[in-house]
Ligand binder design. Structure first.
Ligand code: ADP
Ligand code: 5GP
Length: 183
């Protein structure tokens, strides 16, 4: 499970990691956030309206869920449980509140927190990514300070300063876990 503040590079690192370790399967999250340009239903997220999301919460369909920056986000059990039971490695990319819930309910999951070299890098990266309004970036940065304070709750902290170096570190952690699971 990979967590850390918005803009730190979780999505970039996971996508590169999956090129290096193709057997990794990515859980597609559900969200009430509107799709960004180019995002596809069922690929980037399961985009749900508020009622649909809350119905699934009530029906116990989420492994974890959280309110983040004015929207709901959650991991559907159907994305994870069957794959784990079949022995497939699954990656979750989630914010900190959800990560805490997974740490509680699936203590066997490897927890990796991606941290920025400094807080200012998050603002630069979110602005550079160009997907969020200035208001949305402001909200994400407000939450980021709290999220960064939680870094030591997780098994591993990878600082994403130089992308390649962070990717190497992440790969080593994940390969270590996969080789344990093979035994
Ligand atoms: P997250 O998924 O954590 O919100 P992204 O993967 O979307 O973050 O990265 C946010 C922006 O920062 C993207 O534009 C990405 O290209 C850039 N980025 C990611 N890692 C680095 C890095 N090590 N150095 C500089 N920019 C980076
Ligand atoms: P974004 O809107 O940038 O796609 O995602 C915002 C935040 O929500 C990111 O930190 C992302 O990791 C997190 N997120 C994405 N999917 C989930 C999920 O299923 N559960 C939780 N708790 N957070 C998620």
């Amino acid at each position: 499970m990979i967590t850390g503040p918005s803009g730190v590079g979780k999505g970039s690192l996971i996508s590169l990691l999956r090129h290096r370790i193709p057997e990794l399967e990515l859980s597609t999250s559900a969200t009430t956030r509107s799709p960004r340009t180019g995002e596809q239903q069922g690929v980037d997220y399961h985009f749900l309206d508020q009622d649909e999301f809350l119905e699934k919460v009530a029906a116990g369909e989420f492994l974890e869920h959280a309110a983040y920056s004015g929207n709901h986000y959650g991991t559907l059990r159907s994305e994870v449980e069957g794959r784990v039971a079949a022995g497939h490695p699954v990656v979750l990319e989630i914010e900190v509140q959800g990560a805490r819930q997974v740490a509680e309910s699936m203590p066997e999951a490897t927890q990796i927190f991606i941290a920025p070299p400094e807080l200012a890098a998050l603002k630069q990266r979110l602005e550079g990514r160009g997907t969020d309004s200035p208001e949305a970036i402001g909200r994400r940065l407000e939450v980021a300070e709290e999220e960064l304070a939680a870094r030591d709750e997780f098994h591993h902290v990878v600082v994403n300063d130089e992308l390649e170096a962070a990717l190497d570190e992440l790969e080593a952690i994940v390969r270590g876990k996969l080789s344990q699971s093979d035994q």
